[in-house]
Each structure stands twice: as C-alpha cells, then as structure tokens.
Design a protein around this ligand. Structure first.
Ligand SMILES: Cc1cc2nc3c(=O)[nH]c(=O)nc-3n(C[C@H](O)[C@H](O)[C@H](O)COP(=O)(O)OP(=O)(O)OC[C@H]3O[C@@H](n4cnc5c(N)ncnc54)[C@H](O)[C@@H]3O)c2cc1C
Length: 377
C-alpha cells in the first residue's frame, strides 16, 4: 500500500522481499479468503503502549478506502460477522490487486531478494541485498512481526530500528492459542475438538465473547485468540461457558420442568455433551435435578459463568497471527510513520508497536500506516 501511494506520486519505488512470493500472509489469511478489513475499525481495536498513535493514519485511510479498491478490481466480498469482510473466492485476488496497482504506479517488486544490511549517509540509505546494493532517499521498513517464521518472518525490522537508535518494545505472540499443562491439561485433554459456539474469555476488565475450542494442548477459537493478546502468564483467566443465558435461572427452570433428569443430561442442553459430562465427572456430581436445592443450582450457574482456566503459556510464534510490541511509537510521527531520529526512515505495519484484534484490523492497520508513509516518503 505504501509503494502504491508513493508510486502514484511519481516516486521511483522498489519493493524488496526475501520471500519467493509477494504477500504470503495475505495468501494464507482468513482461511485462504483474506479478512481484509473490518467495517467497525476504531483505534480502540488496537493494543499499543500509546493508544492514540494509530488514530491519525486510521482516520485518513479507512476501511471504505480499501473497499473502494476491492470494488474497482471487481473482487466479490461478504461480511462474515461483526464487520469482518472476506473475499468470496480467494486471497490471491487481493495480492493480484495490490501487485496490479503497484505495476500501474510504476513500482518494481523484487521477490527472493533478502535485505542483509542497511547503511545511511548524508545522501540517503544504501541497502545491501542478495542481488547487490540499492540506494534510496527514503527507506520504509515493512518487515512485519515474528509470527509464522516458516512464512519468512524475521526480526530484521527490529534490528534496523535499534541500529538507527529506536527503542523496541518487548515482543510476544498475540492472537494465539493458549496451552495448559500438568493436571490442568489432563482435565481437558480428551475434550480436544469440543467447540462452544459462544463463550466469554476474560482477563481483568477485558472480555471477548465468541467461539471457543478445546485442543490437544489447551484452548483456542476466536474468544481465546482475542484474549491471548491481553493475557500474560500467571494472570487470572476466566471463562463464561454459557454467556447467552442466566445459567442459575435456567437450571432452576429445568429442575421444575424435568425433576427426574440427571444434571449431566440437563447440562448437555446448555453445553456440548462431552463438556457437560466432564464437568459432572470432575467437578459437579450428577444427580436427578429434584435432589438439588435452589441455592446449589444457583452456585453451579455462577461457576459456569466464572470458570477459572489455568493456562501455562501460548503456542508461541509458530501459530500466532500477530506479534505484540515492536518499534516504539514515541520516536515515530503518527501522521507519516517517519522516524523523528533519522529523516527519510519509516516504519509501517506490524513491525510497529500497534497490534489489532482478530477480525481484519491488522490488515487495516497495515494498509492505513502504509498509505500514511506512502503519501510523503
Ligand atoms: C495465519 C495468519 C492469518 C492472518 N489472517 C489475518 C486476517 O485474516 N486479517 C488480518 O487483518 N490480519 C491477519 N493476519 C495478520 C496479518 O497477516 C499481518 O498483521 C499483516 O500481514 C502485517 O503486514 P506487514 O506488511 O506489516 O507484514 P507482513 O505481511 O508480515 O510482511 C512482511 C514482509 O517482509 C518480508 N521480510 C522480512 N524480513 C525481510 C528481510 N530481511 N529482507 C527482505 N524481506 C523481508 C517478509 O518476507 C514479508 O513478506 C494473519 C496472520 C497470520 C500469520
């Protein structure tokens, strides 16, 4: 996006990527359909040490700007849920669109070309690449985060930032499944594959309501991926396993309607059957409903709404969708992404300490920050 904006201004632009194809993360995103933006994008959907930093770029390149581009290229799309826009067909169409816009703006794109080192003199930047040296007035670093190393992710952008005197905020995996260990893993392990269509995952005051999935190593699904960006090892993580109903009221009503039914069978109408059975085996005993006092059922309901889950860690960069932290925004202009320390140097996209929620927000940040830099670089 940055190259397109700069190329349209008549700048000579060269994009260097060490991957053998452009836009590999776009290709594999959204299950191959690329969740390319979110209609509800606001700065509140991002994590950053400076929550105000993303405001300017997001306001100047909105989801509607990207949608206009998608429509110009006749790419069919649909809203899945919560403002998330996906291609009807394939993510390939988004990469083709961006490469087409690059070609139209006179941008050269070189893939399989790693940038090994970068130097800086009064005349500009010189990059040592696998194919020789390149000189430029401006250098835009768009090397992304550390997630999915097999797709070409490197920490090179952070190294460059430090080389030019920028601080880099500690990085960690975000939008990532959580792992359980020891007895906590044993309790849930054989539930792998059990999914709740709606659960609420909570850390402190932050909560996300969406699907949840038990895995062999722990828990995943959108509610967990979202909360993973806010959770740190040792922090209390709570689940509402039945956020759609008041479980206490519901259980009392069930007792009146089905007094002879066993709790585990009643709970199987509220939760996946295997989970209901596990809860009854491990935590609640399962008796006919008539044998429970109202107080007991209300306490059981309370526990379903506030279930503690002791996670030991995350699956790490191997499966994380994003990297939290990155180039500190303090020394960057929020209007242009330009370094305040080295004129002509820019950082955009995920390498910057701005990380979006799940749902198209990360691409919207990549487009918006790229556009902001491309308008001036
Ligand atoms: C599996 C997966 C699915 C995702 N799905 C979505 C989604 O549906 N919606 C959404 O909004 N976000 C999604 N994301 C997040 C999104 O892909 C990223 O936030 C976004 O791609 C960041 O864009 P970027 O340009 O900053 O970095 P990247 O897209 O990571 O691009 C960085 C580029 O820099 C290149 N590079 C790195 N080091 C060097 C070097 N030394 N020399 C030359 N080139 C180098 C890499 O090869 C890469 O092409 C997903 C991420 C993953 C991993």
């Amino acid at each position: 996006m940055c190259a397109i904006a700069a190329g349209r201004r008549g700048r000579r632009v060269l994009v260097l990527d060490h991957a053998n194809k452009a836009g590999k993360k776009i290709l594999m995103s959204g299950g191959g359909r690329c969740n390319f933006t979110n209609l509800g994008t606001t700065p509140a959907n991002y994590l950053s040490a400076n929550p105000h930093f993303a405001k300017s770029a997001l306001a100047r390149y909105t989801p509607w700007d990207f949608i206009a581009l998608v429509e110009k290229h006749h790419i069919a799309y649909h809203e899945k849920e919560l403002g998330q826009l996906f291609c009807d067909e394939s993510s390939k169409l988004i990469v083709r669109m961006l490469l087409g816009e690059c070609a139209a703006a006179g941008v050269d794109v070189h893939t399989s070309c790693a940038v090994e080192r970068v130097g800086h003199t009064a005349h500009g930047f010189h990059a040592h690449t696998a194919r020789g040296e390149v000189h430029a007035q401006s250098l835009v670093v768009a090397t992304g985060g550390l997630s999915i190393p097999s797709l070409g992710a490197t920490g090179f952008g952070y190294e460059l930032a430090r080389q030019f005197g920028h601080a880099v905020r500690p990085t960690r995996a975000g939008l990532v499944p959580l792992t359980l260990s020891g007895k906590h893993q044993e309790r849930y392990q054989d539930l792998a594959g059990v999914a709740l269509p709606q659960a609420e995952a909570r850390v402190g005051k932050r909560s996300f309501r969406a699907g949840l999935l038990f895995t062999h190593r722990g828990v995943s699904g959108p509610s967990i991926l979202q909360i993973s960006s806010y959770w740190q090892p040792g922090e209390d993580l709570r689940l509402d396993l039945a956020p759609e109903a008041d479980a206490g009221d519901w259980l009392c009503a069930q007792r009146a309607a089905r007094p002879a039914a066993e709790l585990k069978n009643v709970l199987a109408d509220l939760l996946p059957r295997r989970l209901a059975q596990r809860l009854c085996e491990r935590w609640f005993d399962s008796r006919p409903m008539r044998q429970y006092r109202e107080l007991e059922l209300r306490e059981l309901g309370r526990q379903l709404h506030d279930w503690p889950l002791v996670a030991s860690g995350t699956e790490g960069y191997r499966t994380a969708e994003v990297t939290l932290g990155g180039v500190d925004t303090d020394a960057l202009s929020s209007a242009t992404m330009q370094s305040r320390l080295v004129p002509g140097l820019y950082f955009i996209g995920e390498v910057v300490d701005v990380t979006g929620w799940l749902g198209g927000y990360n691409f919207q940040w990549a487009w918006a920050s790229g556009h902001a830099a491309g308008e001036v670089a």
